[in-house]
Ligand binder design. Structure first.
Ligand code: ZN
Length: 490
């Protein structure tokens, strides 16, 4: 493939040229959500980051198999193998079947992803659908000698593994420092060492989600599903594994250890991690009261939000930062993104109406190459957007009669603008943005008509007043007169 795409590999800590194992095929695995609650901004960022990569790799001509898993079992409240299963707890509180909880939140997650124009992955495997494969994977780790059975549970032996391999190489830690900072938790006596993690947990009598295994009736440890499903669908070695930076340790560190133990080598060639989103400088968290779901953003129904934000505004906001930088949410920042997106949308509409001249006085020839250079430099979406804003200035200058463009340049500009905004950045410029502008204009138009009717009533012009009310009613509106004016709905 003729390109120079460089991506930052978390493992080597540097940008590396992307060369897939089996051109033109690319295998990409991204850790998906644990579906026990509504999606929030922290879910949107990895989904959009790896959607950008998915789209760009396809543009470069690769055939991408994109696997994004659904965690529906084994994710305990405290990642250190303790506490209740997050989904089982929700099911208990809501008096539902665990799979009812999973299906409900998965449907909502899909809807939010669709609204954000995130393409569906090629395969979306569920952890609970791969219990047999996970048991087989544990057996391989047992055979390699890096796991032990304790009270019906199976744990990964981190100290033993670390004698032969480096545990902590992805996160840049070493086992001595980890041992010093890891405190012994109650109920961990089953483990030989506090760093050991569960591959299989024996289920307590009250635990609902359980399967038979050679060791006990129980359930798989959370880290295991990604090693298992990644290699099942992408092979023992595959190209890209992504996720949020919060997953580097312990989740992805444990994945490397599991795969190395079971297969004798690592599975992943390029590890990629997106940075986190903070809210007014603070980490997002349920206990901090700043936990805003995607639906709440779309409807504006959270006390920290001064208005509703369209899904495309959220997408644009996330793409305006490089995926490895932190993003701080604030109303001001989102309002700025909303304005920026509107500028691009308006320019896109104006671009369709431009008339070519004999010669160009605007310089748009390099736009495509500049955008590609930015994408090849570790998916630098904010630089792509700044080039598109430069193009917006050129479009507006031509539209305002202050500059001219040749037919050849115009064709190229139309092509590049669509390619970058819609196809690669995945922005719905004339859909979503236009809809929210359209919705606003429509509300104002109905208000305008009803204000004219108010004036007519004041002037005792009953004919006009009735005509407006009856016509709106025929169109399906309900109009109510109130003390200080009117109320309407459709
Ligand atoms: Zn994972």
């Amino acid at each position: 493939m003729e390109h120079k795409l460089f991506i930052h590999n978390t493992l080597s800590r540097k940008k590396e040229q992307f060369v897939p194992l089996h051109e033109p095929y690319v295998g990409m695995y991204v850790c998906g959500p644990t579906v026990y609650g509504d999606g929030h901004l922290g879910h949107a960022r990895p989904a959009i980051t790896f959607d950008l990569l998915f789209r760009y790799l396809q543009f470069l001509g690769y055939k991408v198999r994109y696997v994004r898993n659904i965690t529906d079992v084994g994710h305990l409240e405290h990642d250190a193998d303790e506490g209740e299963d997050k989904i089982a707890k929700k099911a208990r509180l809501e008096q539902k079947e665990p799979m009812e909880v999973v299906q409900y939140y998965l449907n909502r997650y899909h809807k939010a992803m669709e609204a954000l124009n995130v393409l569906p992955p090629s395969i979306e495997p569920h952890a609970s659908g791969h219990i047999i494969e996970q048991i087989e994977f544990v057996k391989k780790i047992m055979d390699s000698g890096y796991a032990y059975i304790s009270e019906g549970s199976v744990y990964f032996d981190v100290k033993k593994y670390n004698k032969d391999h480096h545990y902590g190489q992805l996160s840049g830690r070493n086992i001595d420092d980890l041992l010093e900072t890891t405190r012994e938790l109650d109920g961990q006596q089953e483990k030989h060492c506090p760093l050991d993690f569960a591959l299989w947990k024996k289920a307590q009598p009250e635990h609902i989600m359980r399967w038979p295994s050679p060791w006990s009736d129980g359930f798989p440890g959370w880290h295991l599903e990604c090693s298992t499903m990644g290699t099942k669908y992408l092979g023992q070695e595959f190209d890209i594994h992504g996720g949020g930076m919060d997953l580097v340790f312990p989740h992805h560190e444990c994945e490397i250890a599991q795969s190395t133990a079971a297969l004798g080598h690592q599975s992943v060639h390029y590890w990629m991690h997106n940075n986190m989103i903070t809210i007014n400088g603070q980490k997002m968290g349920k206990s901090l009261g700043n936990f805003i779901t995607l639906d709440e953003f779309f409807t504006g129904s959270h006390k920290l939000l001064s208005q509703a934000y369209s899904p495309m505004t959220i997408r644009f906001f996330i793409l305006q930062a490089h995926y490895r930088s932190t993003v701080d949410f604030s109303n001001e920042a989102l309002q700025a993104s909303e304005k920026g997106l509107q500028r691009l949308s308006e320019a896109y509409s104006r671009l369709q109406t431009l008339k070519p001249s004999a010669e160009s006085t605007v310089d748009v020839k390099n736009l495509r190459q500049l955008c590609l250079d930015a994408l090849n430099d570790d998916l630098n979406s904010p630089i792509v957007i700044s080039h598109l804003f430069d193009a917006t200035k050129a479009i507006n200058a031509v539209a305002d009669g202050k500059a001219s463009i040749s037919s050849e340049d115009l064709a190229e500009l139309k092509d590049t603008f669509k390619l970058m905004t819609e196809d690669i950045l995945g922005l719905r410029l004339n859909g979503d943005a236009a809809n929210s502008v359209g919705a606003d204009a429509y509300k104002k138009a109905v208000d305008l008509l009803l204000n004219i009717r108010l004036d007519a009533k004041k002037n005792k012009d009953w004919a006009t007043s009735d005509k407006i009310r009856n016509s709106l009613q025929e169109l399906g509106f309900t109009v109510k007169d109130t003390k200080d004016g009117f109320e309407w709905s459709l």
